[in-house]
Design a binder for this molecule. Structure first.
Ligand code: TXA
Ligand code: MG
Length: 317
């Protein structure tokens, strides 16, 4: 079994594997990442191969701190404010590449911009320190499917493809990072995620838009319409449950149901719901239900990102 407790020895071994150009999956506070040395084109190519990911989709480079991020990309005034407020944490900034940025072109899909994140999870931080290179890491799932929030999810989906999986238990945030493009005059959210839109607006002192783009050419190349998707069909805004369906519930008042039920948060807490979302979708996907009936989630705070993921998961292929 490749799932390994993240002891100092295991971290050192994982860092050595990364430096050899191998893939290592590791815990972050958002979802598990599928990591490679971001400066090695061949290692980055192995990520795309393992995920079955479209080549045009750029990867996030993970670094240990703001200073390391600045060596890769140009921090604008807005970028600096957001970095100071949310790093380390579930925020990715899209920056213009520095002229001497060492990240492989394949990792940025040839763009002149670069996605950078400083993760907060101690395992991610220890791995970055030991590896001494920026780590390119998408979520550790096959392209288009549900992101992993436990080491067991990664082992089930990609276990054969990685040298090691550094186990950090279930992830605390449970949604991917919020991606904010700070290269223009006004920052724009390219992907809703673990930092709520309101929190970002507060730091920049102005409302912030979520870029929509087109379904086939999204503003953030990774934001294809169908994404984060279980195999079972999803029925959104369900106020009842039909025969044969499984129920993805939220809050204290849920419809009576004899079949499978997962409640994202019985207390109606959106942070708890975000942390439980992907594992609940995976569990209900394995029940043989005809569909997953998803109860409405309030469109506020992290609810906005949860609804974004549910809508994409519900889009038919
Ligand atoms: O929480 C996370 O962000 C996780 C953990 C592992 O850090 N990573 C993650 O990576 O979700 P991934 O590859 O699944 O999603 C990265 C998103 C994609 O939507 C991609 O298109 C966007 O970030 N992105 C990356 N670089 C970009 C760039 N230069 N311009 C626009 N979008 C970019
Ligand atoms: Mg992903």
């Amino acid at each position: 079994m490749k799932v390994t407790k993240a002891t100092p020895e295991a971290i050192a071994e994982a860092a050595a594997a990364l430096r050899r150009g191998e893939l290592v999956a590791f815990a972050t506070e958002t979802v598990y990442g599928l990591g490679a040395d971001a400066t090695k084109a061949r290692a980055v190519a192995a990520i795309f191969a393992a995920k079955g990911r479209p080549r045009f989709n750029p990867l996030i480079s993970h670094v240990a701190n703001v200073a390391a991020a600045e060596r890769l990309g140009k921090l604008t005034a807005h970028g600096r404010r957001l970095a100071d407020a949310f790093w380390p944490g579930p925020l990715t900034l899209v920056l213009e590449r520095q002229p001497d940025c060492p990240i492989a072109d394949l990792a940025t899909a040839g763009l002149i911009t670069l996605g950078v994140r400083v993760p907060a999870h101690p395992i991610a931080q220890q791995l970055l320190a030991a590896a001494g290179v920026p780590i390119a890491a998408p979520s550790a799932n096959p392209s288009g499917l549900v992101s992993p929030t436990t080491a067991a999810h990664v082992a089930a989906d990609l276990g054969e493809r990685v040298a090691m999986i550094l186990d950090g238990g279930p992830t605390a945030v449970g949604l991917e990072s919020t991606v904010v493009d700070v290269t223009g005059k006004s920052p724009v959210i390219l992907r809703l995620g673990g930092v709520a839109r309101e929190a970002i607006a507060e730091v920049i002192g102005a409302p912030i838009e979520v870029a929509t783009g087109h379904a086939d050419k999204p503003a953030s190349p990774g934001m294809l319409a169908r994404h984060y998707a279980p195999a079972t069909r999803l029925r959104l805004n369900a106020r009842d449950v039909r025969d044969g369906e499984a129920l993805l519930a939220f809050g204290p008042c849920i419809p009576a149901h004899k079949g499978p039920v997962m409640n994202l948060s019985a207390a109606g807490d959106l942070t708890e719901a975000a942390a439980n979302l992907f594992a609940a979708l995976r569990t209900l996907d394995c029940t043989g239900a005809t569909a997953i009936a998803a109860m409405p989630i309030p469109e506020a705070g992290l609810g906005e990102a949860i609804n974004d993921r549910l809508r994409r998961a519900a889009t038919l292929p």
